[in-house]
Design a protein around this ligand. Structure first.
Ligand code: WTA
Length: 652
C-alpha cells in the first residue's frame, strides 16, 4: 500500500509471531509484572510532576533540592527547577558513597588486544585528573569542549570530566572529516579540543591528529588542543602554544576535584545530528532531566542486576554511546565493557570472543551489525560459548524479522528476550521498548512506550489516526530526557519539532500502532536516511557533491540495502567533464573529505537532468523508486518533463 502523501510505503508484512519472556527471567526482573508497569505508566501519565519528582529525589544526588518539577511552556521545558546536581557525581561519587567504589565500572579492550580495568573509585580519580587538566587549560563552566577520540576509557573520562566542572562536551564521531569537525567547532564556538594521536581500525592506524590539525586551521575559537597518546608513533605534529599532551597535563594532576554543584538545566552536552536540511544541528541536553532519563530507562529496559556485565557496542560519538555507554549504566553502578575496534578484527568472531571472555550478560547492538554477522556466517558464532548472555538489545533502525530471528536463535540461544529500543538523539534515551521481564515481543516492533512517554500517531492535519494506520509519530507530553533546544537556533528548534503539530513533539518518523497497542516504526517522513544505523541528511550529501566543480546538480536518496539498511544513491548532472568511472571515484573521495566515510555514495548515476515538479522541487519519491530498481510509481502529474523519467530508467 503506497502512502502517496509522504512517498513512504506502509508495512505489508503482518508479523504474527509472539515471544513471551522466559519465566525465569520474569521472576527477578526490575519490572516483574504487567501490573507494576501499568501502575508506573499511569502514575507518570496522570501525575507527571508527582511521579518524576519522586524519581528524581530517589535516583539522583541533590546538592540543593529543586522547587518545581516541570515548567512547561511549549516548546520550552525546564525540569527540576532550581535544583543543583552533577552528572559526574551521580555516575561516580554517588556510587562510591553507596559502597560500590571497588566495583568494576569499565572493562576495556583495545583493538590490538590490550586491556584495562577501572573500578568506580579509579574512574573517579581519572575523571578528576582530567577535569583538573581541563581547568588548567582554561576551561570554565559553560565552555564547549570538542572531543574527537577513539573508544578508549579516556573518551568516557573526558565526557565525565566536562560534566564535573560544568563544561559542555560536543563529541564528534572519529570518522568525520576535518570539514565536519571545523563546522561543529565553529557552530558551538568550542574553546578546547580533546583528541588522540590516532586510533586503530581493522589493524590500521588512523591519524586522528592530522585530521584535527586540518580542522583547527579553520576553527578560530579553539585555543587549546589536548592530545592523548594512543598509538605512540613518532612524528605527531604539536603546535607550540596550542597543543599539549594528555600525559603532561592530565596524568600529572592530583585527581581529587570535587564535582561542581550545577543547575538542573545547566547544559551537559551538544551532539550534532542530521536533520532535514543541509546543516547538522547541535542537539542540546541539560543536566538533571537527561541524567535521570538515561539512568531509569537503562535500569528498566536492560533489567539491570548487580552481577551483570553489560556491553553496548555503540561508539560514544553517537547518542547511544552517550546514554548507554556512559551516563545511563554508570549512574546505575553497572559494570560496562567498552571495546575500541572493529567487529571483524582480527577475525569475524571478535564480538563473540569478547562476550565469552568477559562473560557478557547484556548485549546492546545495532541491526546493521547483526546483518553483517549473518553474512559472515554462523561458524564464527558457534566457536564460542555465549551462555553468559541473558538479554539482547537492538537500536538505530528497525530490525527486520529475519535478523531478529537470527539474533534470537544464534546469539540468544532462544532464551534471551530481545529489547528493540526506539528513540532518537533528541529524546535523550529510550522511549519505546519491550520491558524484558514482562513484554511478549513481536519481531520488528519496538512494542510499547516507557513510563512518561505518551505517543500519538497523527495525520497531516494533526488528527489522531485509527489503529493499524500509518501516520506521523508525535509525543504528546514533555519528558525529562527531551532535548532542550538546538544550539544557537531557537527558531529552528520550534519550527522543526513543535510547529507542524502544535504543542506536540514531532519525531520525524512514521509509525503505526496495532490492535495490541504495539508500535511499528515505518521510516522517516523527511529527507533523512539511515545508513548503518546512522542518520544522514540527503541534503548534506547533495551539498557535498555540488561543491565539486564538475557537478551542477545532485539529488540523493536512500535505497534498500541488505547490510546497511539504506544505501546512498546519488543522481548527478555534470558540466565540462566526461561521465566516467574516474569522475565517480573523484566524487566519492570528495564526499568523504567533506563529510566523512559514512557518507560515501554507494551508487552514482550521471544524468542529463533531474525530475522536478513544476515548482522546481526535485521529485525524490521517483528517484527512490528508480534507485531501488522499481518502476517509478505514484503520482507523476506534477512532473515538469516526463521525458526525464524515461531517460533515467533507460540508464539501467
Ligand atoms: C531510527 C539513535 C526503528 C528512527 C538512537 C529514529 C529506529 C532515528 C529505531 C534516530 C528502532 C532508531 N526501530 N527505527 N528501534 N531506533 N531508529 O538520532 O528513524 O541516531 O528517528 O538515534 O533512528 O536516530 P538517532
Amino acid at each position: 500500500m503506497a502512502d502517496s502523501s509522504s512517498g513512504q510505503i506502509d508495512h505489508v508484512l503482518i508479523e504474527e509471531r509472539l515471544f513471551p519472556p522466559p519465566a525465569k527471567f520474569t521472576e527477578k526482573a526490575v519490572v516483574a509484572s504487567k501490573a507494576q508497569y501499568e501502575e508506573l505508566y499511569a502514575a507518570a501519565r496522570d501525575d507527571r510532576d508527582g511521579f518524576w519528582g519522586k524519581e528524581a529525589q530517589e535516583h539522583l544526588h541533590w546538592f540543593e533540592p529543586f522547587d518545581t518539577v516541570c515548567q512547561w511552556q511549549s516548546p520550552n521545558a525546564k525540569w527540576f527547577v532550581n535544583g543543583k546536581t552533577n552528572a559526574s557525581y551521580n555516575c561516580l561519587d554517588r556510587n562510591i558513597d553507596n559502597g560500590l567504589g571497588d566495583r568494576v565500572a569499565i572493562l576495556w579492550e583495545g583493538e590490538p588486544g590490550d586491556t584495562r580495568t577501572l573500578t568506580y573509585r579509579e574512574l573517579r580519580t581519572e575523571v578528576c585528573k582530567c577535569a583538573e587538566g581541563l581547568r588548567a587549560l582554561g576551561v570554565n563552566q559553560g565552555d564547549v569542549v570538542s572531543v574527537y577520540m577513539p573508544m578508549t576509557p579516556e573518551l568516557a573520562i573526558t565526557m565525565l570530566a566536562c560534566a564535573r566542572i560544568g563544561a559542555v562536551h560536543s563529541v564528534i564521531f572519529a570518522g568525520f572529516s576535518a570539514e565536519s569537525i571545523a563546522d561543529r567547532n565553529n557552530d558551538a564556538s568550542a574553546k578546547v579540543m580533546v583528541t588522540a594521536d590516532g586510533l586503530y581500525r581493522r589493524g590500521k592506524v588512523l591519524p586522528l591528529k592530522e585530521t584535527v590539525d586540518e580542522a583547527l586551521a579553520k576553527s578560530p575559537t579553539v585555543e587549546k588542543c589536548l592530545v592523548l597518546r594512543r598509538i605512540g608513533q613518532d612524528g605527531v605534529s604539536m603546535t607550540e602554544g596550542r597543543d599539549v599532551w594528555w600525559h603532561d597535563v592530565v596524568e600529572t594532576q592530583i585527581g581529587d576535584l570535587p564535582a561542581e554543584p550545577l543547575d538542573s538545566e545547566a547544559p551537559l552536552f551538544i551532539l550534532y545530528t542530521s536533520g532535514s536540511t543541509g546543516k547538522p544541528k547541535g542537539i542540546l541536553h541539560t543536566t538533571a532531566g537527561y541524567n535521570l532519563w538515561a539512568k531509569r530507562t537503562f535500569q528498566w529496559v536492560f533489567d539491570h542486576q548487580e552481577d551483570d556485565v553489560y556491553w553496548c557496542t555503540a561508539d560514544c560519538g553517537w547518542i547511544t554511546g552517550h546514554s548507554y555507554v556512559v551516563y545511563g549504566p554508570l549512574s546505575a553502578g553497572a559494570t560496562c565493557l567498552m571495546y575500541e575496534g572493529a567487529p571483524n578484527h582480527p577475525q569475524e568472531d571478535r564480538f563473540w570472543d569478547l562476550v565469552e571472555k568477559y562473560k557478557v550478560t547484556t548485549l546492546y547492538t545495532a541491526p546493521t551489525a547483526i546483518r553483517a554477522f549473518i553474512k559472515w556466517g554462523d561458524e564464527h558464532v558457534e566457536k564460542h560459548d555465549l551462555s553468559s548472555l541473558r538479554l539482547l538489545g537492538s537500536v538505530g533502525e528497525g530490525i527486520n524479522p529475519e535478523a531478529w530471528m537470527w539474533y534470537h536463535e544464534k546469539i540468544g540461544g532462544k532464551n534471551c528476550p530481545i529489547v528493540d529500543t526506539w528513540w532518537q538523539t533528541e529524546t535523550g534515551g529510550i522511549m519505546m521498548s519491550p520491558l524484558p521481564g514482562i513484554t511478549s515481543t513481536k519481531p520488528g516492533s519496538c512494542t510499547t512506550p516507557l513510563p512518561g512517554v505518551i505517543p500519538e500517531i497523527v495525520d497531516e492535519s494533526g488528527q489522531p489516526v485509527e489503529p493499524n494506520h500509518g501516520g506521523m509519530l508525535c509525543i504528546a507530553q514533555p519528558w525529562p530526557g527531551m532535548l532542550r533546544g538546538i544550539w544557537g537556533d531557537e527558531k529552528r528548534y520550534a519550527e522543526q519539532y513543535w510547529t507542524m503539530v502544535p504543542g506536540k513533539y514531532l519525531t520525524g518518523d512514521n509509525a503505526r500502532c496495532d490492535d495490541d497497542g504495539y508500535y511499528w516504526i515505518m521510516g522517516r517522513i523527511d529527507d533523512v536516511i539511515n545508513v548503518s544505523g546512522h542518520r544522514l541528511s540527503t541534503i548534506e550529501v547533495e551539498s557535498a557533491l555540488v561543491s565539486h566543480e564538475a557537478v551542477c546538480e545532485a539529488a540523493v536518496v536512500g535505497r534498500p540495502d541488505d547490510l546497511k539498511g539504506q544505501a546512498i544513491a546519488a543522481f548527478v548532472t555534470i558540466r565540462d567533464r566526461e561521465p566516467d568511472e574516474e569522475l565517480k571515484k573523484e566524487l566519492r573521495l570528495h564526499v568523504r573529505k567533506q563529510i566523512g566515510a559514512l557518507a560515501n555514495p554507494d551508487d552514482i548515476r550521471f544524468t542529463a537532468s533531474l525530475p522536478k515538479t513544476r515548482s522546481g522541487k526535485i521529485m525524490r519519491r521517483l528517484l527512490r523508486d528508480i534507485a531501488a530498481g522499481h518502476e517509478a510509481t505514484g503520482d507523476t502529474s506534477t512532473l515538469e518533463d516526463l521525458s526525464v523519467l524515461a531517460s533515467l530508467k533507460d540508464e539501467d
